[in-house]
Design a protein around this ligand. Structure first.
Ligand code: SAH
Length: 255
């Protein structure tokens, strides 16, 4: 069967095996199951089933059929479990019912949503994914960098993140228009505090404005001034200049 990449499912197949190897090498050194979202033609899956037990989620019926025959042996021996359907529909509570690492070249159009869900999923222990470079930079950013926003603060609140490797469009078939990157989040907690995150959304609402201006749209001015003085923030400090720990302190003082 000849498979043509479908745009609506964000299909860009990773063909350069150098990068597939780099993903495999960056995998957490544990015995956990791997969840793969969007196995596509199975190029990464092939390497994953060699080292781990894998549960994969693929929305495209044509690809699902192809994967079923390609991995017939692995499915029979339970090395691979294949779920055909939309992963976001299958993801109620935990994605799978045992501890797992998420390893995937994600569909980019829903990548941020998937990563945020994995950060909240208590069964998910580590996240090693390929996404659009810009998105990877947001999750991995630290205070002071211009990409540092609520995604960076949320990530630092639950673990450590770093970019493993940048990947050019030529590594894919068809090549996407943007650069990509693989990054790793090693979790040591789960995302759970919605009130903290709603404060972050207000803090970064207009990222180039001052933190004071953003926060004063919701919080009491006097309370803010007192908290800023307490934390030694200048009145002109910008949202990306405040560390995750200081956001946590600020949150305690405002709530
Ligand atoms: N991992 C493969 C393919 C990446 S392309 C590789 O590296 O080559 C993204 C994949 O995600 C495609 O196979 C696409 O069909 C699948 N996909 C897109 N939306 C999805 C969804 N909602 N649920 C599950 N899989 C999805």
């Amino acid at each position: 069967m000849k498979i043509k990449a479908k745009k609506q499912f964000g299909q860009n197949f990773l063909k350069d095996s150098t990068y597939i190897q780099q993903i495999i090498q960056a995998m957490p050194n544990d015995d956990l199951k791997v969840a793969e979202i969007g196995p596509g033609l199975g190029d990464l899956t092939k390497y994953l089933v060699d080292v781990k037990s894998v549960e994969a989620f693929e929305v495209d019926t044509d690809l699902c059929k192809l994967l079923q025959s390609k991995f017939d042996k692995e499915i029979t021996t339970n090395l691979l479990r294949l779920n055909c359907g939309d992963v976001l529909e299958a993801w109620q509570g935990s994605l799978i019912d045992e501890d797992y690492d998420l390893v995937a070249n994600l569909p980019y159009y829903i990548a941020t949503n998937i990563i945020l869900k994995a950060l909240a999923d208590s069964k998910c222990k580590n996240i090693l994914v390929m996404v659009q470079l810009e998105v990877a930079e947001k999750f991995c950013a630290s205070e002071g960098q211009k990409q540092f926003g609520s995604l960076g603060v949320i990530t630092q609140s639950v673990g450590d993140a770093h970019i493993v490797v940048q990947v050019p469009p030529t590594a894919f078939e068809p090549p996407p228009k943007i650069n990509s990157a693989v990054f790793l989040i090693e979790k040591n907690a789960d995302r759970s505090d919605e009130v903290f995150e709603s404060m972050l959304r207000v803090a970064f609402k207009q990222p180039r404005k001052t933190l004071m201006k953003n926060l004063s749209s919701v919080y009491d001015k006097e309370k803010l001034q007192e908290a800023f003085a307490n934390l030694n923030f200048t009145l002109t400090i910008r949202p990306h200049q405040v560390s995750t720990n200081n956001y946590k302190e600020l949150y305690k003082k405002l709530n």
